[in-house]
Structure formats: C-alpha cells, structure tokens
Design a binder for this molecule. Structure first.
Ligand code: ADE
Length: 240
C-alpha cells in the first residue's frame, strides 16, 4: 500500500519514517510512505500557502492553488483522499481497517484556521483523531498512517492484531512477563497455573472489566455471548 502525505512541515516525519516497525515495513517494501511538501507547489513569489479569510475573522486559511495543484499532480485514479480536521469523522480501528484495504491513501495535513472551503470538494473524507485541537495535522497523519500500516499484510504478525484492543469492541487484557515476582508484586496466579480454560476465562473477564471501567461506550456495540453476560454480572457486582 502507498500513503502520500501532503504537508508544509516534512521535517516532522523523519523520526516516524526511520524507526521500528514503520521503517522495517518500508525497507521490506510492504508499505511506501511519500512525504510531499505542498509549499513547493505555491506559485506565490514568496512561496506562501495561506491568506486572510474572506469576510474577516482570526487566523489564516490555506489557499486552493498550492494544495490543489499538488493534489492533482500526486493523486491517481486509485487514491482515496483524506484531510485531517478536528471537525471530521472520528478515526477508529474500523476506519483504520477500511483504509488498510485501499491501494493508495493521500492524507492532506491541515494547518492554521483551516482550508479554503473549495478544497473539500476534492477530498473523499475529513478525519479527526479525537476531540482536541492539535497545532497541525502532521501528528494526526502519523497516527492514521501508523494505525493503517500495521494492518497491512505482513507488517506485523496477524496473531498480534486479532486479540488486541477494539477487536470485538473490547479493550485488551493486561499481559505479564518474567520475573514471576518483581519487588514483591506477583503475576496473577491463574496465568502460571497452566490451566488453559481458566486462563481464557480470566482474560475474557479482564477484557470485559477494562471495557466496563474505561470505555462503557464500546460495550453498547458489543454482542455479548451467554458466557460474557455471566462474567459481566460478576464484574458489576464486584464494582458496585
Ligand atoms: N488537526 C488539529 N487537530 C486535529 C485532530 N484532532 N484531528 C485531526 N486533525 C487535526
């Protein structure tokens, strides 16, 4: 899969592209991430990319010309174009999965007070990574690219993605590794019992408990099995 990121701060991406799993995925040609500086497309003599808003108001607006000239040059028939925007559709694991099936994703990083409204006519989706306002869309574009890239076949083992948080609308259970006792703190007994069924039930209950405590909203979407309903009853009794 190919991801093209349009930004005026290409230097922000060096660490992201050159570290850990993303670097390995690029080196192994599983993903391609191209950073495109759309300031280079500005026809203004000072390479400006923004201007004052019509009708007045605070802040500057990113202009059509550099953004749309850049987009029309880099996009292909297979591109899915998104723009980062705190007022956009909320990015989540299911959107990450949808994007990971695309041949090519173009992400336009927003800045200042926003984009000229006409730019949105050339975009498939406006995407927000959460209900807070960042100084720019670069971090949002990295969050999106990271979450999407790790779902591309071969980037990480599929075992790692099938039991993680948000699969099945549940948060993950806690994991432990050696030593069994660290500074007097022991690993839960059941995990060293070797009893696979008890371990499965313990982990499922932990998932339900974490989701109940931290993300009740996810439980509304969850399809409960009879076993989960029974565990949920225990959890509610234990926490009320
Ligand atoms: N730009 C600024 N804040 C943002 C957010 N929360 N999501 C996406 N893009 C943004």
């Amino acid at each position: 899969m190919k991801i093209k990121i349009m930004t005026i701060f290409p230097q922000m991406f060096a660490g992201f592209l050159n570290t850990s799993i993303i670097k390995r995925a690029i080196d192994n040609k599983l993903i391609e991430i191209e950073i495109v500086d759309f300031r280079q497309y500005s026809k203004d003599k000072n390479k400006r990319v923004d201007d004052y808003p019509y009708g007045g108001g605070a802040g500057m607006i990113l202009s059509c010309q550099p953004v749309l000239d850049c987009l029309s040059e880099i996009k292909s028939d297979n591109s899915f174009v998104i723009i980062t925007d705190p007022a956009g559709k909320r990015f989540d694991q299911s959107l990450a999965k949808q994007y990971s099936q695309k041949d090519e994703l173009v992400i336009i990083c927003g800045h200042y007070e926003g984009f000229d409204g006409r730019i949105y006519d050339f975009v498939d989706e406006k995407v927000s990574i959460g209900d807070y306002v960042l100084t720019g869309g670069e971090l949002a574009s990295m969050v999106i690219s990271d979450a999407v890239s790790r779902l591309v076949d071969g980037v990480i083992s599929s075992n790692s993605t099938c039991e993680e948080s948000f699969e099945n609308d549940l948060l993950e259970y806690k994991q432990y590794t050696r030593p069994q006792i660290y500074n007097g703190m022991a690993v839960p007994e059941v995990l060293v019992s070797g009893h696979h069924e008890n371990i499965r039930l313990y982990r499922l209950k932990e998932q339900l408990k974490n989701t109940y405590l931290y993300r009740k909203d996810l439980l509304k979407k969850h399809q409960f099995t009879e076993e989960e309903k029974r565990l949920m009853k225990e959890i509610i009794e234990e926490h009320d």
